[in-house]
Design a protein around this ligand. Structure first.
Ligand code: DP6
Length: 329
């Protein structure tokens, strides 16, 4: 009853921001992301009678504060499989955890696939994204290869709120996401808390929701047509709209630090000069710069020379979650 899975992080081009049902994790809007091959998590799960309770070790440290309710997710898997055994979970990521870099996405995707396999369940990809979603919404997209869409769905039980790949990684191998790290420490307000506060207190949240469907359509089409300007410009504006809702909650949530703004202004300036790039940010200060392979080197050089930039991680469209036979223990 031991299994190991690997999953990549994903970065949303059209953001998931707000829940209509918090216990099932049903979103108020659909979202589209790229699964990023440069940022991955590997997780081994073993269910056994020898464990008195669940133990979770992330990057060599035992998890003390279960903010994302990983234990609740393990309970969900046990219930589905009809088993009682507790588990030992060991997980390793190759990028900063909880700094707005979607570590929970790759983490929950790898955990769910490993746990499902270790528990003896067999789920198809759609079912797996639905189960993963209940652990962490954005993680549902990390199950899928290349570019993924997580559908909002209409049903109250969430059975139509699933993720699927809308283009495989080989469809647009030139697409790049340069994760530009300006802060590696943990963010102050989690995305879970931030989106709840937005839904509860932001006067502009309705404006966000009213404009998302057009953004989804533009990015979906842009990906299929490989129209970089369409995808990049829509993604950039969508991220700014999401941040506008965060900034206007009570109390305000401002994830940006000076280096975040420095990158945003620089990208806009470079674009005016003919170097086509766009930016997007999640619930944190780090910026992800979108570009095509032809400009990757030049942009990496320019981004690295900006004040406050610690490092850049270049990602291309990556694989969906998969099983591995190389266990971590
Ligand atoms: C800003 O998926 O971390 O990154 O469902 O509560 O676990 P929970 O939230 P989470 O939120 C991610 C928000 C985002 C946008 C996105 O990835 O679409």
């Amino acid at each position: 009853m031991k299994a190991t899975a690997e999953a990549n992080a994903n970065i949303a081009l059209i953001k998931y921001w707000g829940k209509r049902n918090s216990s099932l994790i049903l979103p108020c809007n659909g979202s589209i992301s790229m699964t990023c091959d440069g940022m991955h998590t590997k997780t081994t799960v073993e269910f056994s009678e020898k464990y008195a309770h669940d133990t979770i070790i992330i990057n060599d440290e035992e998890l003390k504060k279960d903010e994302k309710d990983i234990l609740g997710h393990m309970e969900r898997v046990r219930k589905l499989a009809g088993i009682k055994e507790h588990a030992r979970i060991v997980s390793e990521s190759n990028f900063p955890v909880a700094a707005g870099l979607a570590s929970s996405a790759s983490g929950f995707a790898a955990l769910t696939l490993a746990a499902v396999k270790a528990a003896g369940l067999s789920l198809d990809e759609r079912e797996l994204t639905i189960l993963t979603r209940q652990g962490s919404g954005s993680a549902s997209r990390s199950i899928c290869e290349g570019f993924a869409e997580w559908h909002r769905g209409q049903k109250v039980d969430g059975t139509d709120s699933f993720a699927e790949s809308i283009a495989r990684k080989g469809h647009w191998p030139e697409f790049r996401m340069l994760a530009t790290i300006v802060q590696e420490s943990k963010k102050k307000v989690s995305s879970r808390a931030g989106m709840k506060q937005t839904v509860d207190t932001c006067p502009f949240y309705k404006g966000w929701l009213d404009s998302v469907d057009a953004d989804l359509q533009a990015v979906r089409e842009g990906i299929l047509e490989k129209d970089f300007s369409k995808v990049g410009s829509t993604a950039e504006q969508n991220a700014l709209k999401m941040h506008a809702t965060m900034m206007t909650t009570k109390p305000a949530i401002i994830y940006w630090i000076p280096a975040t703004l420095e990158i945003m202004h620089s990208v806009m300036q470079w674009r005016e000069e003919g170097l086509e790039a766009y930016f997007t940010m999640d619930a944190g200060p780090n910026v992800k710069v979108l570009c095509l392979e032809r400009d990757e080197k030049e942009l990496t050089k320019r981004l690295s020379s900006l004040d406050g930039v610690i490092k850049t991680i270049s990602c291309r469209p990556g694989d969906g979650a998969s099983l591995s036979d190389k266990h971590l223990f």
